[in-house]
Design a protein around this ligand. Structure first.
Ligand code: ASP
Length: 335
């Protein structure tokens, strides 16, 4: 008789082969090293990461160096220097980093420090803690040689002042069909707006790391923290399985502990894109009406070098760099 035990053995074998099939069908059976990151501006960040990965450097060093490019770019108004401020006019930055050994560090709401990702790394490496916030994070940065800098550029200040005229808090993020007019609409949105940079990489030694950094939701309430600096929400790395990161409305990602969820789904056998899709669907199941009008995107990489993304709305892009390819891809989406 076909016993229950036999049935379970057969299904386990079945899902193992499904797992392999999924990894292969992810368009990209890519050799390590590999680096992937969110949005079009991920391309320049990946190129910087590659200066380390291409020389057999460590993924951790690569992701830190990579996202620093976005942090230093004033034309990117949602990360680092030039980021749009909170509703009181303060640029407050969030960042986190995680390596292949579950070491992690994070800063939340840090002000006047251009490279929060570097501070997050120091929190990880030089303190017994995982998170430092606000003034304490800044104090720690200054004690470690970082300079205090004004991060509010004239462009971001002007956008904030336009927003103040109505002061309507209505986050609309990167939804392709909602066009954003820079002159009349100071809220970010539309295809040309860019969000958080999340980057995950696997180095030549097969180790994974990730970094995530943002100025958060434009004109947010003072003190608001999104998913990006929260380990498990905006970023998660498990060297046995893979790594994931997210962008979009952070509150929705925090509720489902999104990046950790994506990694756990990969552990259960989902290919990266399927894992990202399942996480997006969980956001929809919670509140289908709300999900129609916001953006959330996940990006994931597994240990075999397969990668994938999924978003609620059209318009989420991600950048990929390996030894043989360098490209920006459109993420599939539900709507
Ligand atoms: N996830 C970020 C936050 O909620 C924003 C973004 O990715 O645009 O702060």
């Amino acid at each position: 008789m076909y016993s229950r035990r036999k049935f379970l053995q057969t299904s386990a074998l079945g899902s193992a082969s499904l797992l392999v099939a999924c990894a292969d069908s992810e368009t990209n059976n890519v050799n390590k090293p590999i680096v992937i990151s969110t949005w079009d501006f991920g391309r320049a960040a990946n190129a910087e990461a590659w200066t380390i990965l291409g020389k057999n450097g460590r993924a951790l060093d690569a992701v830190e160096a990579g996202v620093k490019i976005a942090e230093a770019d004033p034309s990117n108004q949602s990360v680092g220097y030039g980021g749009l401020p909170d509703r009181d006019g303060h640029v407050t930055l969030d960042a986190c980093i995680m390596d292949e050994l579950y070491n992690c560090g994070s800063v939340m709401g840090i002000e006047n420090i251009k490279h929060p990702i570097a501070v997050a790394r120091l929190v990880m490496e030089k303190t017994p803690h995982v998170v430092l916030i606000g003034e304490g994070a800044q104090q720690f940065a200054l004690a470690n040689g970082f300079k205090k800098e004004n991060l509010l550029t004239p462009e971001s200040e002007a956008a904030w002042k336009r927003w103040l005229q109505k002061a309507k808090y209505e986050p609309v993020m990167n939804i392709e069909n909602k066009l954003y007019n820079k002159e009349t609409d100071p809220m970010p949105g539309g295809k040309d707006n860019h969000d958080t940079i999340g980057m995950v990489a696997m180095d030549a030694a097969g180790n994974l790391s990730g970094a995530c950094t943002t100025s958060g939701m434009a004109y947010k309430m003072r003190g608001r923290v999104g998913d990006s600096p929260i380990i498990g929400a905006g970023l998660y790395v498990d060297n046995e399985v893979g790594a994931a990161t997210s962008t979009g409305v952070g509150e929705e990602v925090i509720r489902i502990v999104g990046s950790h969820l994506v990694v756990e789904l990969m552990r259960q056998g989902h290919a990266p894109q399927a894992a990202c899709k399942e996480a997006v669907e969980r956001i929809i199941r919670r509140n289908p009406e709300k999900a129609k009008n916001i953006q959330v995107g996940f990006l994931a990489l597994n240990r075999s070098g397969a990668y994938g993304a999924y978003a609620l709305q059209k318009g989420f892009t991600y950048a990929v760099k390996t030894e043989t390819e360098e490209k920006v891809l459109d993420s599939p989406s539900i709507y």
